[in-house]
Design a protein around this ligand. Structure first.
Ligand SMILES: NC(=O)c1ccc[n+]([C@@H]2O[C@H](COP(=O)([O-])OP(=O)(O)OC[C@H]3O[C@@H](n4cnc5c(N)ncnc54)[C@H](O)[C@@H]3O)[C@@H](O)[C@H]2O)c1
Length: 329
């Protein structure tokens, strides 16, 4: 039974708290958040302990592992402190917004990389897992074109956006990891991006982006992102090869379709947002983390996967700003 603490009791911290509490191989031991009452409020629902001092988590002998769910700028220090205290670490994405900080983190945890996992949860989505397994089984032949569509229902609040590191490091980073998961390494990135929302353009960020990544063998991944989408949380993927294509489509609140005078094949809305859409993925992710840590094997995605996704985000950002194609080293 792995005794797990949650660091940061916000949106994703609450998802992980629920997932840990429900896992038969885990015990939700402690929740920490520096904002007065924030951790206690979440902990109350599970009858677990809480603290307003994150340092308590690292000192606690009743904690074997931590899930880092704090805002991104705190991840590196908390990963390092967790490892130094002998805890295993599942950290939310991105590891950091700065490559120098990610490298600092990798150096600090040297020898303990197998105790750190990065929360690219989409790798654990049942649809993504099946699509990848069928691509690898050769069902469509060589994967030549991969299209990833990821659009949010609404833009996050201004405060979040300002500290987010921009669309590529905050949002597209999931898709960069998906692209690597399916196609491996890339040699070139091209980006077109625009800000239709004044507040987003005003902070030098983009709300709409198309990124094209090319592999050495010529396979291409196209990522389509938008911070807003009238249809809701739009999460799709298509893999195309000489023998066919495989699609992972949106999940909906109901499988029933209406046919009548007002329309035909009218489907229910998409699942609202990441909490609902990726609930299975968060469960599978946690399960992999627990299984790996207990077996002493390295969980995946690793901190090096976190670094590789950030490198793609940095390159895509540069390509968007320079309006040019960027070779990848
Ligand atoms: N994998 C995913 O699907 C996913 C989804 C959302 C967010 N995230 C990532 O999770 C992280 C948190 O995002 P969020 O949306 O939950 O943010 P949030 O603002 O909802 O929650 C952050 C929480 O951390 C607390 N906090 C502030 N400073 C802290 C510190 N020094 N130590 C510990 N806790 C601190 C805040 O009080 C707040 O409760 C971000 O890095 C984000 O990129 C991942």
């Amino acid at each position: 039974m792995l005794r797990i603490a949650i660091i940061g009791a916000g949106r994703i911290g609450q998802v992980h708290a629920r997932t840990v509490a429900a896992h038969p191989g885990a015990q939700l031991a402690l929740i920490a958040d520096p904002v007065a009452g924030a951790a206690a409020k979440v902990a109350e629902g599970y009858g677990c302990r809480s603290t307003e001092s994150v340092d308590d988590v690292f000192a606690d002998q009743g904690v074997d592992a931590v899930v880092v769910c704090s805002p991104t700028p705190y991840h590196v220090d908390q990963i390092i402190a967790g490892i130094a205290a002998g805890k295993a670490v599942l950290t939310e994405k991105p590891v950091d917004l700065s490559m120098a900080r990610v490298e600092e983190c990798i150096a600090a945890i040297a020898g303990n990389e197998h105790r750190v996992m990065v929360g690219f949860n989409r790798r654990f989505d049942p649809g993504v897992m099946e699509l990848r397994q069928r691509v690898q089984a050769g069902e469509i032949g060589d994967l030549r074109q991969l299209t990833i569509i990821s659009r949010d229902p609404a833009a996050p609040p201004a405060g979040y956006l300002t500290a987010s590191g921009g669309i590529f490091r905050d949002m597209t980073i999931h898709d960069f990891d998906m692209a690597r998961f399916l196609l491996g390494d890339f040699v070139q990135v091209a980006t077109s991006a625009h800000a239709y929302i004044d507040d987003i353009g005003g902070i030098g960020d983009f709300d709409t982006a198309t990124v094209t990544l090319t592999t050495a063998s010529g396979a291409v991944c196209t990522i389509l992102n938008s911070r807003v989408c009238a249809a809701g949380y739009d999460q799709r993927m298509e893999a195309f090869g000489p023998k066919g294509s495989l699609e992972a489509t949106n999940l909906r609140t109901t499988g029933i379709r209406f046919n009548g005078a007002s329309g035909t094949e009218v489907a229910g809305p998409y699942l609202p947002f990441f909490l609902e859409r990726y609930a299975d993925a968060y469960r599978n992710e946690l399960d992999h983390f627990i299984t790996s840590i207990e077996a002493g094997t390295a969980p995946s995605p690793s901190i090096l996967d976190g670094k590789a996704a950030l490198a793609l985000a940095d390159a895509a950002d540069a390509a968007a700003r320079q309006q040019t194609t960027v070779p990848l080293g």
